[in-house]
Design a protein. Structure first.
Lengths: 74, 242
């Protein structure tokens, strides 16, 4: 068990601080990027823009219900 | 779900969406366990408490190389099998690998100052890891420079495979050259030379960092697929507007 970090406590604290910064920084990057991309994609889809596969699914939808299935997957 | 089904980006997105929360939870648990072991571990007879920097530095250094190895396998996937997710995997891994490499360099310097008396030394291990970091930055710049993802994927895949020569150089640099950096003490033919009281927290932290890499990589791949969808929709809109 740690009683004291000794004469080089600053170096140890800085190392763990850098690791925490890297882990939280990367996590924040992927989370914020995901949120921004989802919003952009939804805005484009709201304008009526869809992917080729989604359009093909929409044509088949009345017979197969494939569109609904693809939407839930995406 | 058969593994081949994950080649379909839509199925991959669904799979990633289900797996990411579980992986994130596992990462938190593993870090909690790893840090508890670090706190309970003894000081080293030579390094004193400074040995605790090793529980971050060593996993970060391992993962900097593992991430590049993942990118090298993905580069093969791009060039040989033209797998739809191969370039996505490589591109998503690069910023994570660059961060782990930077962390290994920074924590190594912070350990080196009190132990070696210097933050930096141009020895083979340190220099080859610095080259790895520059390779990561170069690849990220290359992907950003070439707008067409197909052309960018091929150029990056070739550069990744050329750069993978650096991985054995990093690993064996301490054996091939007379370096200030100590030789391997965990992955050795005759077994680890570290005492079990230090090996356990090191292994636990390495596992936690690996779980973090898996979580972040999967999440970054999901983002990259969405980014490509947005680009494709933008091109469709531009084509329709003409």
């Amino acid at each position: 068990m740690i009683a004291s970090l000794g004469p080089y406590a600053d170096f140890i604290a800085l190392s763990y601080g850098a690791a925490a910064l890297a882990a939280f920084g990367l996590t924040l990057w992927v989370v914020l990027d995901h949120r921004r991309l989802k919003q952009t994609l939804m805005a484009l889809e709201a304008q009526g823009l869809t992917r080729r596969s989604a359009r093909a699914a929409a044509r088949l939808a009345p017979e197969t219900g494939l569109e609904a299935k693809l939407e839930t997957q995406a | 779900m058969p593994l081949a089904d994950l080649a379909n980006p839509t199925r991959f997105l669904a799979f990633a969406g289900r797996l990411i929360p579980w992986l994130a939870g596992l990462t938190v648990v593993l870090f909690a366990g790893g840090l508890a072991l670090v706190i309970r571990s003894p000081a080293d007879y030579l390094q004193g408490e400074t040995v605790r920097i090793m529980y971050i530095h060593v996993p970060a250094a391992w993962l900097s190389m593992l991430t590049y190895a993942i990118m090298a396998v993905s580069a093969l996937g791009t060039l040989v099998w033209r797998h739809p997710l191969a370039d996505v995997a490589a591109r998503a891994a690069a910023p994570i690998g660059a961060t782990f490499t930077a962390l290994a360099l920074v924590t190594g310097s912070l350990w080196g100052r009190p132990m070696w008396g210097t933050y930096w030394e141009w020895d083979a291990r340190l220099t080859s890891v610095l080259v790895l970091f520059i390779m990561y930055l170069g690849l990220i710049a290359l992907w950003r420079t070439i707008e067409d993802p197909t052309r960018g994927a091929r150029a990056a895949a070739i550069l990744i495979l050329v750069g993978s020569v650096n991985l054995p150089i990093i690993k064996f640099s301490v054996d091939w050259w007379n370096t200030l950096h100590q030789p391997a003490s965990v992955f050795r033919i005759d077994g680890p030379t570290i005492d079990v009281t230090m090996l356990l927290p090191l292994a636990a932290m390495a596992l936690a960092f690996t779980a973090l890499l898996a979580t972040l990589h999967l999440a970054a791949m999901r983002n990259e697929i969405l980014r490509r969808r947005i680009r494709a929709l933008g091109l469709t809109a531009a084509g329709a507007a003409r």
